[in-house]
Design a protein around this ligand. Structure first.
Ligand SMILES: Cc1cc2nc3c(=O)[nH]c(=O)nc-3n(C[C@H](O)[C@H](O)[C@H](O)COP(=O)(O)O)c2cc1C
Length: 309
């Protein structure tokens, strides 16, 4: 898939996932077949004002073949300044969030609130493209704001006409948050309306749901929750069987987090991932309890020892 001037080895994407798409998750998703992985969402204003925490969220490793970031914000001046910020210089792809449903974000007229303002979407993306100096600017949207509403085509066209190089469509409305089912018809309608690549997103968890998403004609497929604790999903949807060792995956994931965060925070962050890594395995309840009591990286790894015994 081609995004602006960049060739991506395939259309399998780990989208931005706040609290999850960290450097460890991205490393493993790239290894198991993802063509493109996004860092976690960052506030344009926060970045411009030097907000705490942006540095960790923007950390990337040498091993990431392509670096992709996501900004949110509603004022085009801040978006432009964030795109020009030196912390973003290493990113080849800059995505703008038009889908976040979180009340705090929506109340500020950001994220999914912008779906109702396609002219503002256009201004934001145009400002980003003008500031990006040839780097690709993309947009991520939802189907609409309230249930049954379809704002996606207008929003997607605004992104494309402003110079956006790709649009990801999550087939849910804002008020569905993450419940109900993603509407593939809306994703297909957006694909049919656009010239630039369209990525379908929502509820892909296995090969069957992946093929259903592909049947809409989309150029790429973004998998978020399906990749929690299961970075191998990107190979699995292609029909490739992969064998892996869960404790080894957690160890590698944690090792990456330790490069960015103090041990206490890395250990806290890995805990939510471990819940997914050990889902469905025998004895996972006890392992989970032990992991949640862990205070050091070694204690996390020791708690996982029963998996291989
Ligand atoms: C915990 C969580 C955090 C998320 N954070 C972001 C985010 O920062 N930016 C974004 O565009 N989407 C975010 N999303 C939405 C996902 O990228 C994706 O669109 C959504 O989960 C639907 O895809 P899925 O069914 O494959 O999970 C988040 C989703 C979850 C569950």
């Amino acid at each position: 898939m081609r995004i602006g001037n960049l060739d991506i080895k395939n259309g399998l994407i780990l989208p931005p996932v706040a609290g999850y798409s960290d450097v460890g998750m991205r490393k493993l998703c790239y290894r198991y077949g993802a063509g493109l992985c996004f860092t976690e969402m960052v506030s344009a204003k926060g970045l411009v004002y030097g907000g705490e925490g942006s540095r960790e969220l923007l950390y990337t490793s040498e091993e990431e073949p392509i670096r992709a970031v996501q900004l949110f914000g509603r004022e085009e001046s801040f978006i432009a300044r964030a795109v020009q910020h030196e912390a973003l210089a290493k990113f080849g792809i800059i995505d703008i969030n038009f889908g976040c449903p979180v009340p705090k974000v929506v109340k500020n007229g950001e994220g999914s609130a912008l779906l109702r303002e396609p002219e503002q979407i256009y201004r934001i993306v145009k400002a980003a493209v003008d500031a990006a100096q040839g780097r690709a600017v993309t947009g991520k949207i939802r189907a609409g704001f309230t249930k049954g509403e379809n704002l996606a085509i207008e929003a997607a066209l605004a992104i494309q006409e402003a110079g956006g190089a790709m649009v990801t469509v999550h087939g849910r409305t804002r008020d569905m948050f993450y419940s109900g089912k993603a509407d593939l018809t809306i994703i297909k309608d957006v694909k049919d309306a656009l010239r630039v690549p369209v990525v379908g997103n929502g509820d892909v968890t296995d090969r069957k749901s992946y093929l259903e998403m592909l049947s809409t004609g989309v150029d790429g497929v973004a998998i978020a929750r399906g990749a929690f604790g299961r970075p191998t999903i990107f190979s699995e949807v292609l029909g490739q069987s992969v064998s892996y060792d869960i404790s080894e995956l957690v160890r590698e994931h944690l090792e990456e987090l330790l490069k960015v965060y103090p041990e206490r925070i890395a250990v806290n962050n890995i805990k939510k991932h471990v819940v997914f890594y050990i889902k469905g395995i025998r004895g996972n309840k006890i392992i989970k309890e032990m992991v949640f009591c862990a205070k050091t990286a070694n204690e996390v790894l020791e708690a996982l020892l029963p998996i291989n015994s």
